[in-house]
Design a protein around this ligand. Structure first.
Ligand code: ATP
Ligand code: MG
Length: 640
């Protein structure tokens, strides 16, 4: 029985995936039925000027209609947006019908400020329902939103204002973190002062968290404006499938962020298809994605994906550890969450807490916990899987692609998961491994190459870099004999079953005495030591060996390295482990223990900044960094 089942599991998906590439038009025309079209499309994929690809050409649709309006008749009274804030101790449960009304009010306010189709609206908001209303209101009227993560300060915000050139900015008096109000308005005012492009109007939600000075003639109070538009009826504007729905910046882990431009029809279809095939979400169920609306995961799987598929979505403002480390699981129990989406970083935070408190909550509604954003190390995966008792499913993608490149499509057919692998190429992705030196495809298993996607990219992926086609072509695309490939800038290998393993970013490879090593592999090895909670490994210039690996580790129990003897003993143990697992060539020259690692606001390790500090260089653009104190502490550790 067992064997016949496992042979069968390997049959359907490969055929499904093959068809998505070989009969691209037929496959995506079918997927396109998952959403509503006002005008049917003609050509499924126009790829006459590669690498530019236009999906569902001639078709007219609307993202907001598909996310909200089309559900009102059938499930108008069901939950659409569930907002819980442990920061301000409030919650709001909004049905599809109520969401439609709120979005129309917001759309009417934007229109009253002169916003028309194609205008940009920048959204600089904490995790509150009005942020989601604003996003949906934009796509409702064909305005292009550009959400900027609320944790960014003036300089980062100013550069995004200048790039997007918004007519209107939607913001709030402030956010809150760990119970402390964080004023947004002074940062916003300063950003507008710094920016060359000035918005005409600023719409402000006043949460009563922080004092706000209003600029007369420019600043508008949301509550007042809303009261004037309570009965607003703003029909959805049907836009071309290729009409840009939003722009969004990459995390800036490897340098200056890139402004990703997304279409409308392709994105809606890709999300609907991924919700069914990958995330297995069903209408009427509830999805809880712990990301932030400022990131691509928030765009796709807090806002558009779940709503398009008729699911309720949880918008959570707060920390995973406050009031205690079981708050997420309380929400899962209470709202019977079926699909959960988070990141390895967030789970590693929980790992420092007692697992019993977690187990006291009934999480049996969970079908799976999906994790993405960075490599999922085995200890973290094993820990969370043991604590929750549901499958933990890695998936790999980028801001650029908008939805998973590598995943398990369990909705098509139950697929075996493999530790350390985000799985197989998702439908529509022609994923290749490219030999960096020759540009040729690597087909043999277990050989390292650059993860690449052959043109055209499937629906939902970036159309271009906002107002910079040249940067789009130059940054991402390479001509290899007879075709064009998109580079992910990540290293990977593929096993004999076609499963991919991501080895790190192409700029994270270090060269020790002629051996090319992925920092990721060394990190895996270091973090397999039971005392280690988190680690970053960087390559540092060395006169003798070219480069050596240096490891920075965070301990589960910091007391272990509190004395020089303790730190030395642990360092020795870690080195021994790497020797045994990878060989002495990969052994870090130093292992240093820190309280925290420098990360981007989206939780990604800033290896380039760590490396620069170790080499005594200027760490460069740090505007996306989360906690400057972590880098300062690292600097002291290196110097001390
Ligand atoms: P920038 O491109 O500006 O340097 P970034 O690449 O960090 O920033 P994102 O688009 O947020 O910006 O992140 C995508 C990257 O995150 C991927 O290219 C990959 O390096 C990493 N990543 C995402 N998911 C996974 C995963 N499941 N396993 C390993 N790495 C992942
Ligand atoms: Mg990137």
């Amino acid at each position: 029985m067992e064997t016949s089942m496992s042979t069968r599991t390997d049959e359907r998906y490969p055929a499904y995936h093959r068809r998505s590439l070989q009969d691209r038009e037929g496959f995506w025309a079918e997927q396109a039925r998952l959403i509503d079209w006002e005008t049917p499309f003609g050509r499924v994929c126009e790829h006459d000027h590669p690498p530019f690809a236009n999906w569902f050409v001639g078709g007219k649709t609307n993202l907001c209609h598909n996310a909200v309006d089309r559900h009102v008749a059938g499930r108008g009274a069901q939950n659409a947006l569930v907002w819980v804030s442990t920061e301000v101790g409030q919650e709001r449960i909004i049905s599809f019908a109520e969401l439609q009304a709120e979005v129309q009010r917001m759309a009417a306010i934007l229109q009253a400020q002169g916003v028309v189709q194609g205008d940009r609206v920048l959204i600089y908001m904490p995790m509150i329902p009005e942020a989601v209303f604003a996003m949906l209101a934009c796509t409702r009227i064909g305005a292009i939103h550009s959400v900027v993560f609320g944790g960014f300060a003036s300089v980062s915000l100013a550069s995004r204002i200048d790039d997007a050139q918004p007519r209107v900015i939607v913001s709030a008096d402030g956010g809150s973190r760990s119970g402390k109000a964080i004023p947004y308005k002074p940062l916003l005012d300063e950003a507008i002062r710094l920016a060359a492009s000035k918005p005409e109007k600023v719409l402000l939600v006043d949460r009563g968290l922080a004092p706000m000075e209003r600029v007369p003639g420019r600043d508008i109070d949301y509550a007042e404006a809303r009261a004037a538009h309570l009965d607003a009826q703003v029909p959805c504007t049907w836009v071309e499938s290729t009409h840009p729905s939003y722009t969004l910046y990459t995390s800036g882990t490897t340098g200056k962020p890139k402004g990703v431009q997304r279409d409308t029809g392709g994105y809606a279809v890709a999300l609907a298809s991924s919700m069914r095939d990958i995330f297995q979400g069903r209408p009427g169920e509830t999805l809880f994605c712990t990301s932030d609306i400022g990131w691509v995961v928030g765009h796709s799987y807090i806002v558009y994906g779940p709503l398009i598929s008729g699911m309720a979505t949880i918008l959570y403002e707060g920390l995973p550890t406050r009031p205690d480390a079981s708050i997420w699981w309380r929400l899962v129990e209470r709202f019977k969450v079926t699909t959960m989406f988070s990141s390895p970083t967030a789970v590693r935070v929980l790992k420092k807490f007692d697992v019993d408190a977690m187990r006291r909550h009934d999480t049996s509604s969970l079908r799976a916990l999906f994790l993405a954003g960075e490599p999922l190390d085995e200890p973290t995966a094993t820990w969370i899987s043991g604590a929750l008792g549901c499958p933990i499913i890695d998936n790999y993608w980028q801001t650029e692609t908008g939805w998973p490149i590598l995943a398990l499509s369990n909705g098509v057919e139950k697929q075996r998961s493999k530790f350390g692998s985000p799985g197989l190429p998702a439908a529509g992705y022609d994923v290749k491994l490219i030999d960096e030196a020759t540009g040729q495809d690597i087909t043999a298993p277990h050989q390292k190459g650059v993860v690449a996607i052959e043109a055209p990219l499937p629906p939902g992926c970036l159309q271009t870099v906002w107002r910079d086609d040249e940067r789009f072509v130059k940054t991402y695309w390479k001509s290899v004999p007879n075709r064009l490939v998109y580079s992910t800038f990540d290293w990977g290998v593929r096993d004999e079953d076609g499963y991919f393993f991501i080895l790190g970013r192409t700029d994270d490879v270090i060269n020790v005495a002629g051996h090319r090593l992925g920092t990721r592999e060394i990190e895996e090895s270091v973090s397999s030591h039971p005392a280690i909670a988190e680690v970053a490994v960087v390559g540092v210039a060395d006169q003798l060996k070219g480069q050596v690996a240096i490891a920075f580790a965070v301990l589960k129990d910091p007391a272990l390295a509190a004395t020089p003897e303790g730190a030395l003993k642990l360092e020795g143990e870690v080195m021994k482990r790497v020797d045994e697992q990878l060989g002495a060539v990969a052994r870090p020259a130093r292992v240093r223990f820190l309280a925290a690692l420098p990360k981007t606001r989206s939780g990604k390790l800033l290896r380039r900044a760590i490396q620069a500090v170790c080499e005594g260089r200027d760490p460069g653009d740090l505007t996306t960094m989360d906690d400057p104190a972590a880098l300062q502490a690292l600097r002291e550790a290196v110097q001390g």
